[in-house]
Design a binder for this molecule. Structure first.
Ligand SMILES: [Zn+2]
Length: 668
């Protein structure tokens, strides 16, 4: 399928730079698919659209993608240089000398950056982006050993390969290399990185497996990478190795190294597991890779196990922001309902892995619960990880930041957003997510086209023996109207499906001027023979919602969160009246809730205005007091205006007190 042209672009859309013939040539080529391209039709309910076939053209995500392209990706390349990632590869190649720098998994940051650059080139080709990734690809290729092995830090240190798989991250780096190589060939046609990936994958196939060395890496991701490499090359041994790595977990391999297995997702076999546990990023990457394996092998039992795990994660271990991972200790999931707001870990990478897992489950099942989850993660827990400018990051994403918080660790949010980290897994991960985001907008199946995420966009998909082209116009997430116009359609009937999120009670769909109700948490569908010019309008209710948590989330009992559309709000000190401290704030839940769009604020956000009754706190020698029987109300205080901003935008005006969950003024 060829990518859509820019014909019919609405005037407010981003002006595309002129392209050379070379740059445009790749668009005419047959492009297979985006980040995950299942090949099993039997086990795939929905099919992703190829790169370029769905494009964000303006609005909320276009702003983020522009910052990603213009600021984050170029500065990311500089960081790979200054932090030593590229030098490590040069030293391993013998073209430079010195000691290895940084953590053992430094190569993975290079690969994630390469993946980001590839998807970004796929979105909008540029000679500069192509040259940059070719130059970095050459550095990677030069470091590879003749038998295919590649890991710069291990090679430099010379202590031997695969000596300490729980910590060495050798397969982890390989997995990110495979994903980058697939992105590169799909978006640029270049095979440079793919050749490196194939040599390394062949080496892994020769080294690991049931009848070879019986071992797994402490950090999953190679599973997703191997399956995608199989999908790209057709080499089934990569799929078999991915299956082996999934099945080998939970059988004592980490314990054989003297490690406690939970952290490594190695306590319980994947197909027997009922929840997510241990290191959050490891757990969700493994689950996403297992979903890929389940789909390709049409393994219904494995998919069922993953369905169960995802449901338990959503029901008991997910923050309202979609953030994952409640514990700083071991960057881990907590027990069910253990979701403290202030010490939330909610690593940015975990939200990304959560989206990747949710997307694979959506493709496999067509269940909109996964698209809902991905939307929540993307707009909140993920997006909070990057500054509005695009190149300052949070590794950890708490839901509360108190006055006087001390930055006790390198990655503490109390430092404010940072340009990079010693352990820099998150920044290039954010880059690749934003540059591949277009691939998460829509899918198709034999029956028609499904829209999952709303953005001003163009979507092209194969339906009913032809190509359907749609243009979507919306100011989502600030406005709930989503206008879909058919640009081109085959003559045969097909079904247009639009997701109504679970929160969208009262949504409507207007077709041919006739309004019809829509069920929240389902796809609204219209089946007909479409003609160019047909318009369907979905209206999602954007009333402000006050949300409370299950009582078992003890940490936020008696509090409410403010939500509107897919956006979770936070009260940040910068927006409150003089003398009103966020730490003292209580929300008057009976006060009216109003909204105002503020184009001048935080790159343009809709704020929520509420009423609060601050409870002034004085220094107490002992922070406990006799319990009262009646609701002893401290809220004789006068009502003050409270302004809430989207959580994702916090800490763009320096670091200060912030909270998502605010105590109710009517509760003691
Ligand atoms: Zn990370």
């Amino acid at each position: 399928m060829s990518a859509p042209t820019s014909a019919g672009a609405a005037p407010e859309r981003v002006q595309e730079p002129s392209r050379t013939a070379d740059e445009a040539a790749h668009e005419r080529a047959e492009l297979p698919a985006g980040p995950a391209a299942p090949t099993s039709r039997a086990a795939t309910r929905l099919r992703p659209v190829p790169p370029g076939a769905a494009r964000v053209t303006g609005g909320f995500w276009a702003d983020r993608q522009r910052a990603n392209r213009e600021t984050a990706i170029p500065s990311g390349q500089e960081r790979l240089e200054s932090a030593g990632n590229l030098d490590n590869l040069r030293i391993a190649a013998g073209t430079a000398t010195g000691e290895a720098r940084g953590p053992i998994f430094m190569d993975s940051d290079v690969y994630k950056w390469l993946e980001a650059a590839a998807w970004e080139y796929g979105r909008q080709p540029s000679g500069e982006l192509l040259q940059a990734q070719r130059a970095v690809t050459e550095i990677v290729a030069a470091a590879q050993q003749p038998d295919g092995y590649l890991d710069s830090v291990v090679q430099i240190e010379g202590k031997g390969r695969y000596r300490d798989l729980p910590w060495s991250h050798e397969h982890y780096c390989a997995g990110h290399l495979f994903q980058a190589a697939v992105a590169q060939v799909r978006c640029t046609g270049d095979r440079g990185l793919l050749d490196v990936a194939i040599r390394l994958a062949n080496h892994l196939v020769e080294t690991f497996g049931e009848d070879r060395r019986h071992d797994v890496d402490g950090h999953p991701v190679v599973e997703m990478g191997l399956v995608e490499l199989y999908r790209e090359t057709g080499n089934r041994s990569y799929l078999e190795l991915a299956r082996y790595f999934v099945e080998a977990r939970g059988h004592g391999l980490m314990e054989s190294y003297g490690k406690e297995p939970t952290y490594f997702s190695d306590r319980v076999p994947v197909r027997e597991q009922t929840t997510v546990e241990g290191h959050a990023v490891r757990a969700v990457y493994l689950a996403a890779g297992a979903a890929d394996v389940a789909v390709e092998l049409e393994d219904a039992e494995l998919l069922k196990a993953l369905t169960r795990q995802f449901a338990h994660m959503l029901a008991t271990k997910t923050y309202v922001t979609g953030g994952l991972g409640a514990r700083w200790d071991w960057e881990a999931f907590g027990d069910p309902y253990e979701l403290p707001a202030d010490r939330a870990y909610a690593e940015t990478c975990a939200a990304i892995g959560g989206v990747q897992w949710a997307w694979r489950m959506l493709l496999a099942t067509g269940d909109p619960v996964y698209a809902d989850a991905a939307e929540r993660m993307l707009h909140n827990g993920f997006l909070a990880g990057v500054s509005l400018g695009g190149a300052e990051y949070f590794y950890v994403n708490p839901l509360q930041h108190r006055d006087g918080a001390h930055p006790d660790e390198n990655r503490s949010p109390a430092h404010g957003r940072r340009g990079w980290f010693d352990c820099a897994c998150c920044p290039p991960n954010i880059m690749r997510m934003l540059s591949s985001l277009d691939g998460y907008l829509a899918t198709s199946d034999d029956d028609g086209v499904q829209l999952h995420l709303y953005a001003s966009s163009e979507v092209s998909a194969a339906v009913g023996g032809g190509a359907a082209k749609l243009s979507v116009e919306t100011d989502y997430p600030w406005d709930g109207r989503v206008r879909v116009q058919v640009q081109e359609s085959p003559e045969a009937e097909w079904t247009l499906s639009l997701r109504a999120p679970g929160w969208a009670e009262g949504a409507t769909l207007t077709v041919d001027g006739e309004q019809q109700p829509v069920t929240a948490g389902a796809y609204a569908t219209v089946r007909r023979a479409w003609s160019a010019g047909d318009v369907v309008e979905l209206v999602l209710p954007m009333a402000v919602r006050l949300t409370e948590a299950d009582e078992r989330v003890d940490a936020v009992r008696g509090c409410v969160a403010i939500e509107r559309g897919p956006i979770v709000y936070a009260v940040e000190q910068a927006d409150q009246p003089d003398g009103v401290l966020v730490d003292d704030l209580r929300l008057d839940v009976s006060a009216p809730l109003e909204t105002e769009h503020r184009p001048d604020l935080l790159a343009g956000v809709t704020v929520v205005r509420a009423g609060g009754r601050p409870q002034a706190h004085t220094a107490q020698p002992w922070p406990y007091r006799p319990a009262t029987t009646a609701a002893a109300q401290p809220q004789q205080a006068e009502e003050v205006p409270v302004t809430a901003v989207p959580y994702f935008a916090w800490a763009n005006r320096g670091i200060g007190p912030m909270r998502v969950w605010v105590p109710r003024a009517d509760r003691a």
